[in-house]
Design a protein around this ligand. Structure first.
Ligand SMILES: Nc1ncnc2c1ncn2[C@@H]1O[C@H](COP(=O)(O)OP(=O)(O)OP(=O)(O)O)[C@@H](O)[C@H]1O
Ligand SMILES: [Mg+2]
Length: 442
């Protein structure tokens, strides 16, 4: 992961409009981790990540930024909702499980890499196994000429299996190992161990059940799992994954405002929220968490927290937690112009999505620029008049504009349909300006 901050911002620009500060801060934080990794281990230990708190009202791109980062980054990355955790001792997920989730994510990254590197070996293993089933081996006593014939048959069969010609045939395969992975990270590691031993016991008890009649096609994917577990060194993978999560892992803590306790509504607040905040402290600050795969130290994990803070303020978090998110970035609310740009300049924008969807019905949807301007304008107006729900408003507004067209699309197959400004206003003016109506419809 050695993209420069500029490159990271450039990438994010394709999907998220404006919000420059947030993009820059995050890009810089990521680059800092890369820089740190180039230093001597002594210095590395000294440099702690600066966690980030993103503040911005609903629908302005907080989660979108993280979603896009997750896709782009090759580093262990998970996004979790702070509101789903409960205090230790209460029923529910405890906060340490987010670190375990990160490790699981890291393992899948490293494993995928290894699978990629050993792709040929894995494929050979799979094909051989299947061919073995389709062509029973010759007895040792067979004559030389029979053996030659057999070789020819064998390679012909290999080609057929590879090309997919045999996909529909069924074969019986036995599995060396029941591949039940207990990746429920909610379980504390001790419990996970118990579960594992149980599954081992069942494994030895039920030898027969591991034979299974499947199509060649299914066998290909089933055997791939087996091949990977046989050919890849899982211990090394786990160790590498643990190291990467420790040094480069990022935990995106969404909806952090939901665990803040507002001074105004103390009475109605759930006391365990504060407990969750306290449980978070050691993890964000740096502590050791035991996972099934080993102990991981959280010192260098980067935490990016985000929240709308509509009902609460960052200062409603307990002071110790506030202090652990020293970098603050505010996301701007969306203007009419930003909404217009979100519609026109993002990759896979909503407009493109609708065009593609109706394209399936054979209909060509054309949005006139004037119409897009009007959609942005009316969305912005609706945000002003009722609640500001940011770019999510575009979804409801567009849905309203296209409702009928979308419903009757099958009748207009092969036609071009132009969305004009007049059409947009006809559909929306009444609704937007009528407070009650827009509250229900938009
Ligand atoms: N700045 C933006 N650029 C492009 N698309 C955006 C932007 N802001 C929001 N969107 C779009 O709006 C929708 C909602 O955005 P997102 O999920 O990021 O909101 P959020 O800031 O996390 O809000 P909440 O606080 O409610 O979780 C997404 O479909 C997203 O693509
Ligand atoms: Mg969000």
């Amino acid at each position: 992961m050695n993209l420069t901050p500029k490159e990271i911002v450039e990438y994010l620009d394709k999907y998220v409009i404006s919000q420059k500060d947030a993009k820059k801060t995050i890009a810089l934080a990521l680059r800092t981790r890369y820089r740190r990794m180039q230093l001597s281990s002594e210095l590395q230990d000294e440099i702690m990540p600066k966690n980030i708190l993103m503040i911005g009202s609903t629908g302005v791109g907080k989660t979108e930024i993280s979603r896009r980062l997750a896709k782009m980054m090759k580093v262990p990355f998970i996004k979790v909702e702070a509101s789903k955790y409960t205090e230790v001792g209460f029923v529910g997920r405890d906060v340490e499980s987010m670190v375990r989730d990160l490790v699981v994510n890291s393992i899948s990254i490293v494993k995928a890499e290894q699978e990629e590197n050993n792709q040929e070996k894995i494929e050979n293993y799979v094909i051989n196994k299947i061919v073995e089933k389709l062509l029973p081996p010759l007895p040792e006593s067979a004559s030389e000429s029979k053996k030659d014939d057999y070789q020819r048959l064998l390679s012909a069969m290999e080609d057929k299996v590879i090309s997919g010609e045999m996909d529909e045939r069924t074969i019986e395969i036995e599995f060396d190992k029941v591949n039940i992975e207990f990746n429920d990270t909610n379980l504390p590691p001790e419990m996970a161990k118990v579960q594992e031993s149980f599954s081992k016991i069942f494994e030895t008890m039920s030898k027969d059940e591991k034979k299974k009649e499947v199509t060649v096609k299914d066998a290909k994917s089933l055997l791939k799992v087996e091949a990977a577990s046989k050919l890849l060194d899982m211990t090394a993978i786990n160790a590498e994954a643990l190291r990467r999560a420790e040094d480069g892992g990022i935990i995106f803590l969404d909806e952090i405002d939901k665990i803040a306790i507002s001074a105004k509504s103390q009475g109605r607040n759930d006391p365990s929220k504060e407990g969750v905040q306290r449980d978070l402290l050691p993890i964000v600050e740096g502590s050791s968490v035991t996972t099934k795969y080993g102990v991981i130290n959280t010192d260098h994990i980067l935490f990016i927290a985000a929240g709308a803070f509509h009902l609460t303020k960052p200062s409603d978090l307990i002071p110790e937690l506030q202090g652990r998110f020293p970098l603050r970035v505010e996301l701007e609310s969306l203007t009419e112009e930003t909404l217009y740009m979100i519609l026109t300049q993002t990759e896979n924008s909503l407009l493109k999505q609708y065009e593609a969807l109706l394209g399936v019905e054979g209909m060509t949807l054309v949005f006139e620029d004037e119409a897009i301007r009007s959609i942005a304008k009316l969305s912005h107006r609706a945000n002003e008049l009722t609640e500001d729900i940011g770019a999510r408003r575009l979804h409801t507004v567009l849905e309203k504009v296209l409702e009928e067209i979308s419903f009757d699309a099958d009748e207009h197959s092969g036609e071009e349909f132009r969305i004009t400004a007049k059409l947009v206003h006809d559909k929306l003016d009444m609704v937007v300006e009528d407070d009650d109506l827009s509250r229900y419809i938009l």
